[in-house]
Write a protein that binds this ligand. Structure first.
Ligand SMILES: Cc1ncc(COP(=O)(O)O)c(C=O)c1O
Length: 388
């Protein structure tokens, strides 16, 4: 038999999605893969029902339906503080997952280096491998998950083609401060580097933290490829709607990559999602309040149990410190947790480049009763977990 590609030789399947399968196997409350168990906004679903009977069943324009791009441009122009051209500065993709991949393929050549902060969302490792690039990892140091500017500059001195910025960050819940972003911006300019952002949690931020769009910083528009999606903002992870926003000299190439990768995102879903893109600011305030309540409920429960954890500034993930249980493998811990305690988590090691084994990750994008059920199961975790 011929060999399969070298590119995929180091690939493992996604640990996050594997933990969902394990949770299902044991009937565990699945707090591993980050998707909501509550309904998307009713108005979007009602529009979807109408759209199925309208004329949206063939390919849309490959870089996104006109109506969708116009609604998105209007929303993002407001938020990013500059006019975004719906015709020349947006590509609609199949989720931020494709947006990131298309961005990486558009800016890197095989062998190029890409700076990735660690811990990182696991897709970035795969994105760099698939595009032939080489990651340079820069640690975000717990408990604040701040970076050392000298270490970051040392990475830039290796002349990376791009830096990947996940803000707000999965898994550590960090929201980069404006000062931190300005340090990155200065280095990107000094070393002439692209910045690819992943801002899927742009609307899930807890007071007093605020989201700063990297592309909105002085001189950064020209070199920033902003990726995001509707998955988390409108609780529609299964619709696979994302986008890239960038200046025309970049977006023209992203359009071509995207066209050959997927042709386009689902036309009826784009049309139905326009309803969400046209929501007013009250929707985003409501979303923020809803997630603040969930975060506080879950953190209070964990505090009652007495487990050390991070306090997210944005996104909806918590890292729990499991050192007290003495497991040599956090993967083993998560498998036992699903089996004996009945709660699904992701081993922290899948997010860190460093040999880190003391964290597991939960998400709380769940109905309050689901979170209460999980907390109830976790309440006697010390008794239920087998000795390592
Ligand atoms: C940081 C981050 N980026 C991207 C994604 C995937 O987004 P999408 O559903 O838009 O592909 C996730 C999903 O969990 C995520 O946490």
């Amino acid at each position: 038999m011929p060999q399969l590609s070298n590119r995929t030789a180091t690939f493992t399947d996604s640990v996050i999605r594997r933990m969902t399968r394990i949770s299902n196997k044991y009937g565990a409350v699945n707090l591993s893969q980050g998707f909501p168990d509550f309904e998307p906004p009713r108005e979007i679903l009602d529009r979807l029902a109408e759209v199925t009977r309208e004329d949206f069943h063939q390919y849309s324009i490959t870089w996104g339906a006109q109506n969708f791009r116009e609604a998105l441009a209007e929303k993002q122009s407001r938020l990013m503080g500059r006019p975004i051209d719906p015709n020349g500065e947006i590509v609609v993709t199949c989720g931020s997952t494709e947006a990131m991949m298309a961005a990486m393929m558009s800016v890197t050549n095989p062998g190029d280096k890409v700076v990735v902060f660690s811990p990182f969302y696991e897709n970035y490792g795969a994105d760099t491998i698939l595009s032939g690039a080489e990651p340079i990892y820069v640690p975000l140091n717990p408990p604040e998950f701040s970076f050392d500017a000298d270490v970051l500059e040392a990475a830039f001195k290796q002349h990376p083609k791009a830096l990947i910025l996940c803000n707000p960050s999965n898994p550590c819940g960090k929201v980069f401060t404006r000062e931190e972003l300005l340090i990155i911006a200065d280095l990107a300019k000094k070393y002439d580097t692209f910045v690819i952002t992943d801002e899927v949690y742009e609307h899930i931020i807890y007071a007093p933290y605020k989201h700063t769009y990297f592309a909105s910083l002085p001189d950064m528009w020209e070199r920033t490829i902003s990726c995001s999606s509707l998955s988390k903002t409108y609780s529609i992870t299964g619709w696979r709607l994302g986008y890239v926003i960038a200046p025309p000299h970049i977006i023209d190439t992203v359009k071509k990559v995207h066209d050959f990768l997927t042709v386009g995102a689902a036309a009826p879903l784009q049309e139905a999602a326009v309803t969400g893109l046209r929501f007013g600011d009250d929707y985003y305030k409501w979303l923020q309040d809803k997630y603040t309540e969930k975060r506080d409920l879950f953190l209070r429960g964990l505090d009652d149990i007495g487990i050390q954890h991070t306090v997210p500034q944005g996104a909806y993930y918590i890292l729990l410190d499991i050192s007290e249980f003495g497991y040599a493998s956090d993967l083993d811990f998560c498998e036992k947790l699903a089996e004996y305690v009945g709660v699904g988590a992701v081993p922290g090691s899948s997010f860190f480049k460093e040999p880190e084994n003391r964290y597991i990750r939960f998400h709380y994008a769940k109905k309050n009763e689901t979170l209460e059920n999980a907390l109830d199961r976790l309440s006697d975790i010390r008794r239920k977990m087998p000795k390592p």
